[in-house]
Design a protein around this ligand. Structure first.
Ligand SMILES: NC(=O)c1ccc[n+]([C@@H]2O[C@H](COP(=O)([O-])OP(=O)(O)OC[C@H]3O[C@@H](n4cnc5c(N)ncnc54)[C@H](OP(=O)(O)O)[C@@H]3O)[C@@H](O)[C@H]2O)c1
Length: 268
């Protein structure tokens, strides 16, 4: 029986499997997965050397760590025998919007349940994940959970009630940056640049600025100010961000609140 069992073998499960194998936290022989009917489990096994086990009975044993990585709506289609098969297990759920209370009814015999919110940069180990346990974690279980989450990037423990806001910030956040990239590129083209030049300039500006923010000890305000000279071009653009109807700060704030409210609604 594997030490680490995945229920679901899609994009996020693949990211975690890849990460824990790369970091040497588990060997392929210690990991197995179960999927639905689309063959993702066999594909993941082929790519990584883990085992694909088509039946929950053969996948699960008492006391294992089980990563729940199907789609949120698929939780209601999971085999009912999971209730007994996860007796004594530590469950790590990555399902967006599925509350610990609901997870507890699905896995009533688990020794503990952890709900987390990863994000897509986790696929390259550059993600940020917040997690909340149902009951305080033992030292050993904390190490196991944080070991797995470290494979996706940075992690932090939060209270469960913060997870709707976390979803709106880091869960959905990559899309905000991609949307900004699109708007920035369209603006570059409108400013007269050919498409390929606009594309490279915008991408590299965003990637380079993120790397500078990562490596610098300066705050974002200081980094912004260091590009902005009095009466210069950057100041002219920043004035427009601040003055325009529905300025950038209030626009971003509204967008994040919309995502948080949607997360609350979806969890009902
Ligand atoms: N992608 C993100 O950025 C992101 C960020 C944060 C959280 N999440 C969460 O991560 C979870 C997975 O997302 P994803 O993008 O990895 O989805 P995905 O690629 O669609 O993967 C879903 C997996 O669940 C499997 N599955 C479906 N029904 C099943 C069943 N009854 N028993 C066992 N496995 C079953 C699917 O198998 P088959 O397809 O082979 O049937 C597939 O391997 C979601 O709950 C999402 O909320 C995702």
């Amino acid at each position: 029986m594997p030490q680490l069992a995945f229920i679901g073998a899609g994009k996020m499960a693949s990211a975690i499997v890849g990460g824990v194998l790369n970091k040497g936290i588990y060997q392929p022989s210690a990991i197995a997965c179960l999927c639905g009917g689309d063959g993702t489990g066999a594909d993941l096994a082929k790519r990584t050397g883990i085992t694909h086990i088509p039946s929950a009975e053969k996948l699960l044993n008492k006391g294992q760590i089980v990563v729940l990585a199907c789609k949120p709506q698929q939780i209601n289609e999971l085999p009912p025998e999971l209730k007994d098969l996860t007796e004594g297990s530590l469950i790590l759920s990555i399902l967006a919007g599925v509350r610990l209370k609901k997870l507890q009814t699905t896995f009533p015999k688990a020794r503990n349940i952890v709900r987390c919110m990863p994000n897509t940069p986790g696929q390259i180990g550059a993600g940020v994940t917040a997690y909340a346990p149902l009951s305080p974690l033992t030292h050993e279980d904390t190490q196991a959970i944080e070991g797995i989450l470290s494979s996706l990037g940075v992690f932090m423990a939060v209270e469960e009630h913060h997870l709707d806001a976390v979803t709106a910030v880091s869960g959905s956040g990559p899309a905000y940056l991609f949307e900004f990239t699109l708007a920035f590129k369209a603006a570059a083209i409108a400013a007269g640049l050919p498409e390929n030049i606009a594309d490279t300039l915008v991408r590299e500006t965003i990637i380079g600025s993120a790397k500078l923010m990562e490596s610098s000890s300066q705050s974002p305000v200081e980094l912004r100010n260091s590009v902005t000279s009095k009466g210069g071009t950057t100041e002219a653009a920043l004035k427009t961000f601040a003055e325009h109807q529905g300025n950038l700060h209030s626009l971003v704030s509204h967008a994040v609140l919309s995502a948080k409210n949607r997360s609350i609604e979806l969890a009902k």
